[in-house]
Design a protein around this ligand. Structure first.
Ligand code: SPD
Length: 287
């Protein structure tokens, strides 16, 4: 395993396309799990954080920028929220935001890497918070891609993919066969949500994700926000549904019930963020 840059400089960086995205801090865990390199750091600016294979996943004092935007547009707009599936999400932040929704009866969370869960519980306990003890959480350490291919048809009200970047164990979370299974296991009035990378730093994969989702679902649209430590800081989540783009319109009593806990997401923010599609993406999607 390569020595972390921190050993030399006190900076921990993700390097992507010749640009460094870094925090000043120290590495407190750096190990190879059966699936990936798992690194936990402690930084002065954002607290403790997690990297997988050298890519930023989360940090204590900015995780809500990511988790709220992935979860609430979907949970506030599906017709029902009784059965929800998270693929990935091993730090627990997505589960924590989901469980704010009282309508959830069963939250299946399928994470491939046990070490991500164990190290997150130990070093980043505020991220999963009470989700780890919530009786509605059904955590399985299994391959989420295999889970999606064997789950029954029309089983989940909401399916959320909280994976890493498209390499290593997360590579299969961005292809047609996977999205087709996600559609198959989604109820007809449900909502599918996935993190969809940066329109700037991962432009091609970002466009591919939206185009593929538009082939498979009746509607799919990206939502733009920001996660300061991710490449370019400019991030996206893409939502899909059948019959109508129901994710554009949060149901107001559900939104009211969770908005008070949110730092970034609100129905008003969501409306603006869906509208803030960059011109070059809009053009490319029309082609
Ligand atoms: N480049 C970062 C992509 C991260 C997506 N998942 C983050 C996990 C947070 N629960």
């Amino acid at each position: 395993m390569e020595k972390p840059l921190e050993a030399m400089t006190g900076w921990i960086d993700e390097i992507h396309l010749g640009v460094r995205y870094g925090l000043k801090g120290k590495v407190i865990v750096d190990e190879q799990s059966p699936f990936q390199r798992v690194t936990i750091i402690d930084s002065s600016r954002y607290g403790k954080g997690l990297l997988l294979d050298g890519c930023w996943m989360t940090a204590e004092r900015l995780e809500k920028h990511y988790h709220e935007c992935l979860v609430h547009p979907a949970l506030c707009s599906a017709a029902e929220t009784k059965r929800v599936l998270i693929i990935g999400g091993g730090d627990g932040g997505t589960a924590r935001e989901c469980l704010l929704h009282k309508g959830i009866e069963q939250l299946d969370m399928i994470e491939i890497d046990r070490r991500v869960v164990e190290l997150s519980k130990e070093h980043l306990p505020s991220i999963g918070a009470n989700a780890w003890n919530d009786p509605r959480l059904n955590l399985k350490i299994e391959d989420g891609i295999a889970w999606a291919s064997s789950a029954p048809n029309a089983f989940y009200d909401v399916v959320i993919v909280d994976g890493s970047d498209p390499k290593g164990p997360a590579k299969g979370l961005f292809n047609k066969a996977f999205f087709e299974n996600c559609r198959r296991i989604l109820r007809p009035e449900g909502v599918f949500a996935t993190q969809s990378e940066s329109p700037e730093a991962f432009r091609d994969i970002h466009l591919t994700i939206i185009k593929l989702m538009r082939e498979i679902f009746d509607y799919a649209d990206p939502l733009y926000g920001w996660v300061p430590i991710y490449p370019s800081g400019w991030w996206s989540w893409t939502f899909a549904s059948l019959k109508k783009p129901r994710y554009l319109n949060p149901i107001s009593d559900r939104a009211m019930a969770v908005a008070g806990n949110c730092q970034i997401w609100s129905p008003r923010w969501q409306q603006g963020a869906f509208a803030a599609i960059p011109a070059f993406i809009e053009r490319e999607l029309k082609e």
